[in-house]
Design a protein around this ligand. Structure first.
Ligand code: ATP
Length: 226
């Protein structure tokens, strides 16, 4: 579905490369978490895949244009603007030229947020606002959703249900998920594969293999169950 091949990238006027010969293949139905230390290039990789940045060398090819992006901080959780959840989702539906007005109800049901349809967006909790971000990303039935640290600003209990939702969208609806994760437990528990970025390159492994790597490097077992 998406192939990153021999990717080199450096920001303007920066002498060093963020990526040097990076390869990544994403198949339909994958749930891939991108992990790595601060500054290793996780967000840069997302920006390259989304087309906001251009590779210095190498290529990124994809078989779909039906991609959605859920940003790290959703843009309406602290909004004082008097607009309801339904109005926001409806305006996005119209923006995408989707004629069926029932599309909004569909994504609200999928994210178990029907109860909040007529609430003002500014009244939602961090977790609820994030679910609405995900609901918005589902308008038009995308086949790939890209998320940047989706648990940012979401309390622990809501994180659990948010990851359960992402997992459900992946397994039940076949939506491919690519998510930058600082939450290692969530990455290990939910992903089908982990992409570990380090020193300008990355490797893909199973959650079990990654848990093993963590144990090997830190001597600490992860609290999650893989
Ligand atoms: N706009 C920019 N201009 C120049 N350098 C940048 C720019 N954005 C990021 N960088 C640099 O590129 C490298 C990768 O940054 P990036 O934000 O992609 O890392 P990250 O893994 O997402 O970090 P974090 O975990 O802290 O969010 C870092 O060295 C960073 O300083």
């Amino acid at each position: 579905m998406l192939k990153v091949k021999d990717l080199y990238f450096s920001y303007h006027q920066q002498p060093s490369y963020v990526f040097e010969g990076l390869n990544l293949t994403i198949h339909r139905g994958d749930y891939i978490s991108i992990v790595g230390e601060n500054g290793c290039g996780k967000s840069t990789l997302l920006r390259l895949i989304l087309g906001f940045l251009t590779p210095t060398q190498g290529s990124i090819t994809m078989e779909t244009k039906n991609i959605r992006y859920v940003s790290q901080k959703n843009d309406f959780s602290h909004s004082g603007f008097p607009i309801t959840v339904r109005e926001i989702l409806n305006s996005y539906r119209k923006l995408l030229h989707i004629k069926d007005p029932n599309e909004v109800n569909r994504v609200l049901e999928l994210t178990h947020m029907t109860f909040a349809a007529d609430k003002l967006i500014g009244q939602l909790s961090g977790g609820q606002a994030q679910r609405i971000s995900i609901a918005r990303s589902l308008i038009g039935e995308p086949d790939l959703i890209i998320l940047d640290e989706p648990s940012t600003g979401v309390d622990a209990k809501s994180q659990e249900s948010m990851y359960a939702l992402l997992k459900q969208l992946n397994t039940d609806r076949g939506i491919t998920i690519l998510s930058v994760e600082h939450n290692l437990d969530a990455a290990l528990t939910n992903s089908t594969k982990i992409f570990h970025l380090s020193h300008g390159n990355g490797h893909l492994c199973t959650p079990e293999q990654y848990a093993h790597e963590i144990l090997h490097h830190t001597g600490k077992e992860c609290s999650c169950h893989v």
